[in-house]
Design a protein around this ligand. Structure first.
Ligand code: 56B
Length: 367
């Protein structure tokens, strides 16, 4: 590139700041997730946003969130979520979001992996929460990072026992989960005196800084992938962001959950949100992608299709959020609460047997 040709990414950034799209305060950290999501959206051909759909969805989402009283307090109301606001709960949420990925199964609902706890069978995300609660009830210190480092006590067999299923299907990616615990135990020992509370304190009240610390120090949180020719990887950081959001929600914005920039956290790019955004008419797939998703074909982690599904979902929720704020300037909502609402909505749709399209199938540790 000759000297007088500026770097296109630099130009885009300059244009963005000149347009005042996102005024950033120089000494406040940014995660870069939203910028990366917008880049992928601008370069997507298999996933598109339906603007009319997003506008309609914004009105519906806002009305229903008001009606259901979506606020951070709702997080602790979930029966399996921890209720105390203390260090043990921070450790629980850190462990949970370290392992918060890939629960989907191709088995029937009767045969899919499930955890039996408190006289109920739990599947999906709730199977993880139930398994952790059950282990603690059984005296297994599964949320203690000293335990994760103890090669005698914390073995793959112990983890298999913690996540033992009441069907003959085992929890997916158990060995990968075991590796996540080991790695996190080592990093917490090396950098944070074995405590996730110290990790939160190191972010000094910034949600974005905490996300960046997780991505910098823990490979298993570093959910970033190449997209086409772009020099910089696209940062999606789903589990890092949902960890910050779960802490914020659980502590209701106080104490460990007091983040001055929580609104910088985006929705969490998992396998449920693209599905519900598609069902709500906000996200549209190209015919080949639509066929692949409906046929439940595996879509490779980090592939172009998968990146479009995840990143366009992030951008879609951002546009829905902006539309809500435009319609209701005093709305006390952010991408986190909208996301929580959308996840709970797709779970209601699923239990009512009203899914009109399956979620996409990607097996990975990222979501
Ligand atoms: N974007 C987004 N993804 C979420 C959640 C949650 C649970 N959050 C609870 C806390 C407050 C909220 O009100 C929720 O009740 C789990 N997941 C992801 O979904 C997948 C599991 O799907 P399935 O196998 O069907 O349960 C898996 O990738 C998991 O990481 C969320 O909130 N947002």
């Amino acid at each position: 590139m000759s000297d007088d040709e500026a770097d296109p990414e630099l130009l885009a950034l300059l244009r963005q700041h000149l347009q005042g799209k996102r005024r950033t305060n120089d000494d406040e950290p940014e995660t870069g997730v939203l910028d990366g999501a917008e880049y992928v959206y601008d370069n997507s051909i298999d996933v598109a946003l339906d603007m009319r759909g997003c506008k309609n969805a914004a009105a519906t989402i806002y009305a229903q969130m008001q009606e259901k009283g979506y606020s951070p307090a709702k997080w602790s109301a979930h029966e399996l979520h921890p209720k105390t606001k203390d260090d043990a709960t921070v450790a629980f949420i850190f462990t949970m979001d370290l392992l918060n990925f890939s629960f989907w199964s191709e088995r029937s609902s009767a045969e899919r992996f499930a955890i039996s706890y408190r006289d109920q069978q739990w599947t999906g995300y709730w199977s993880l929460v139930a398994a952790l609660q059950r282990a603690l009830d059984e005296g297994i210190p599964i949320t203690d990072s000293h335990f994760w480092q103890d090669e005698e006590e914390c073995t793959l067999d112990v983890l298999k026992h913690v996540f033992r299923s009441c069907t003959d299907e085992e929890m997916p990616l158990l060995e990968e989960r075991f590796a996540c615990l080991r790695e996190a135990g080592t990093v917490l020992y090396q950098k944070y005196e074995c405590s996730p509370v110290n990790l939160i304190k190191a972010a000094k009240g910034s949600a974005a800084a905490l996300v960046n610390l997780l991505a910098r120090d823990f490979a298993c949180f570093r959910d970033e992938h190449r997209f086409e020719g772009r020099r910089k990887p696209i940062r999606l950081l789903k589990r890092a962001q949902i960890f910050v959001a779960d802490i914020w929600a659980c502590f209701e914005g106080e104490g460990c959950g007091a983040f001055r920039d929580i609104d910088k956290i985006t929705m969490f790019a998992d396998y449920r949100l693209p599905q519900v955004l598609n069902i709500m008419g906000c996200l549209a797939y190209s015919p080949p992608l639509d066929v692949a998703v409906r046929a439940k074909r595996n879509i490779a982690s980090g592939s172009n299709w998968e990146m479009q599904l995840r990143a366009c979902s992030i951008w879609c929720v951002e546009l829905i959020r902006r539309e809500i704020v435009k319609q209701h300037p005093d709305a006390k909502l952010n991408a986190v609460l909208i996301d929580f609402f959308l996840y709970d909505t797709i779970k209601e749709i699923e239990s009512a047997g009203q899914e009109t399209i399956p979620h996409h199938r990607t097996r990975s540790i990222w979501y």
